[in-house]
Design a protein around this ligand. Structure first.
Ligand code: GLN
Length: 532
């Protein structure tokens, strides 16, 4: 068994500093040196998983191939490392407590008082170590959500303290802070960093490496000052300056020597360099592209772009590989109606109709689809977006004026999208959707087949409702092609309209599988057609 190394990434001063990107970038650099690496996220909230959270609370809910509803940072990890994550890569406080309480009820701790230390911390440590030992990883990079000093993250920091003590050289802590620039004083200020390291020290952890997020260059004097006040070596003070794209961060971290300092602190060789050829080739394409392509994403959560993180990143990947720059328009579907649709969607080269839940913004999505279909504007419907394509076709082509999904109208006489039988008796809303990877058979001589180039694919799902097969024949007679179906359940997974420039909907979420080195073929083909 390998001597797995554990790297913890904590954050201080403010949230949203980009711990996920720094963690993923370090993971990328270590992987590019030939190591087997995975990233893990510990989330301090009590929800068992983020599946029941509104995207406005926490951004997109990401889904792993093994059917876990996960924090969106797992999306960064997969996009950077090009390796699938699993439910073991994202743990929440809720899940830790649930496990401990289940064990207590089972009698595992019989006779003992169950406490935060050692029972909760032991369960956290078990979940961190398990990922390493089970999969033979060289490195586990564990990001602790939230900001150091928060009540919620105390037990995670305590677990990290214990692991650092137990594992010695095989564990280290990278602390990410913010160095604000005071325009009036024309100065970068290090005091918040000092305070944040102090907060970590109060919890018993001396960080080994500091990453300073900044909008201005960190001078050698500032590095020295931070090193002196925070008990770290000067070369362990790393600058993380803002860059135009998150995909440039690995490059920055490499220039700053983050991977090297990690390796030397862990007693590993540093005489080789990471092989970033393919990554750099992507960056080259992305940054050299000058022609733009204007894509509208129509959805109900557009006020927080993180709600559509994976879709946006998939479009960025696809544009780069097509030598284009993405000009993204996020358009609120609530406001779209027949009178203003032309104005709202004017000038778009292509339209993505986003996933979603509930009533708000649905009619706007359906109006968008009608507009795109009638004007032959390339249109890509994802999950709820595909369901809206089905509803639109039923209303305007099959003539079922009240056609709907029973999610919106349980009494519709034309339930073209309906609950699956096995979903009808489910009462709990958490973790009970159709989740994760399912096989799909692709019909030959279709756009989907042309894109995938194979008959069987596997894509990730997150939904309760489905295309209602009772209407399949009528749809197909009217020209809609069901080009992807689940081979076991016969559920329709892909629909398309032949004769259109590009009009396709997927019940699954291809956006979760697009990575920098392996962009998703549907997005790549969509953009390719849009610009042709
Ligand atoms: N609300 C729809 C369903 O549950 C679609 C979900 C989605 O878009 N992810 O089937």
């Amino acid at each position: 068994m390998k001597d797995t190394k554990y790297i913890f990434v904590t954050g201080g001063v403010t949230s949203s500093l980009g711990k996920g990107i720094i963690s993923a970038s370090l993971g990328k650099l270590l992987q590019a040196r030939g190591y087997k690496v995975t990233n893990q996220k510990l989330d301090p909230y009590i929800n068992v998983d983020p599946g029941t959270l509104n995207p406005y609370e926490h951004g997109e809910c990401y889904v792993t191939m093994d059917g876990h509803e996960a924090d969106l940072d797992l999306g960064h990890y997969e996009r950077f490392l090009n390796v699938e994550t699993s439910r073991a890569n994202n743990i929440t406080t809720g899940r830790i407590y649930q496990n401990v309480i289940n064990k207590e009820r089972r009698g595992d701790f019989l006779g003992k008082t169950v406490q935060i230390i050692p029972h909760i911390t032991d369960e956290i440590k078990r979940n961190i170590k398990l990922l390493g030992t089970k999969n033979d990883y060289d490195f586990i990079i564990t990001e602790i959500g939230g900001t150091v000093g928060d009540i919620e993250s105390l037990s995670y920091v305590e677990s990290m303290r214990q692991l650092k003590w137990e594992l010695g050289k095989n564990a280290l802590c990278i602390h990410l802070t913010y160095v604000p620039y005071l325009a009036a004083a024309k100065e970068l200020k290090t005091k918040p960093t000092q305070h944040s390291v102090k907060a970590l020290l109060e919890e018993g952890v001396q960080p080994d490496i500091l990453v300073l997020r900044t909008e201005h260059r960190i001078t050698p004097e500032i590095r020295k000052k931070v090193a002196l006040f925070c008990n770290v070596a000067t070369e362990a003070v790393i600058e993380s300056i803002d860059v135009p794209s998150v995909y440039q961060v690995p490059q920055k971290m490499r220039e700053e020597g983050l991977d090297k300092i990690v390796l030397s602190k862990m007693g590993m060789p540093t005489d080789t360099e990471p092989d970033m050829k393919e990554w750099d080739a992507f960056l080259e394409k992305m940054t050299k592209a000058t022609k733009t392509v204007k894509i509208g994403v129509v959805g109900k959560y557009v006020k927080l772009p993180d709600s559509y993180k994976s879709i946006i990143e998939s479009l960025i990947h696809a544009c780069a590989y097509n030598d284009r720059k993405l000009n993204l328009k996020l358009i609120l579907s609530d406001d779209i109606d027949a009178d203003n649709v032309q104005k709202k969607l004017d000038g778009l080269d292509g339209i993505v109709v986003a996933p979603g839940f509930g009533n708000r913004g649905i009619e706007g999505k359906i109006t968008t689809i009608q507009y795109a279909r009638e004007r032959n504007i390339p249109c890509f419907g994802i999950c709820m977006g595909m369901q809206c394509m089905v509803i639109e076709y039923a209303r305007n082509i099959l003539g079922f004026a009240d056609a709907n999904t029973t999610e919106i109208d349980p009494n519709t006489t034309h339930n073209v999208v309906d609950l699956m039988a096995e979903q009808k008796d489910i009462l709990n809303l958490g973790g009970s959707m159709r989740l994760g990877g399912y096989k799909c058979s692709i019909k030959k001589n279709t756009l989907a087949y042309n894109v995938y180039g194979k008959e069987t694919i596997k894509e990730r799902h997150r939904h309760r409702f489905e295309f209602n097969n009772d209407y399949k024949e009528q749809f197909e007679k009217a020209g809609l092609v069901c080009s992807g179906t689940n081979p076991d359940s016969n559920l329709v997974e892909v629909i398309e309209l032949p004769g259109k420039k590009w009009f396709l909907g997927t019940q699954f979420h291809p956006e979760y599988s697009s990575t920098v080195l392996k962009p998703h073929p549907l997005f790549v083909n969509f953009i390719k057609t849009v610009i042709s």
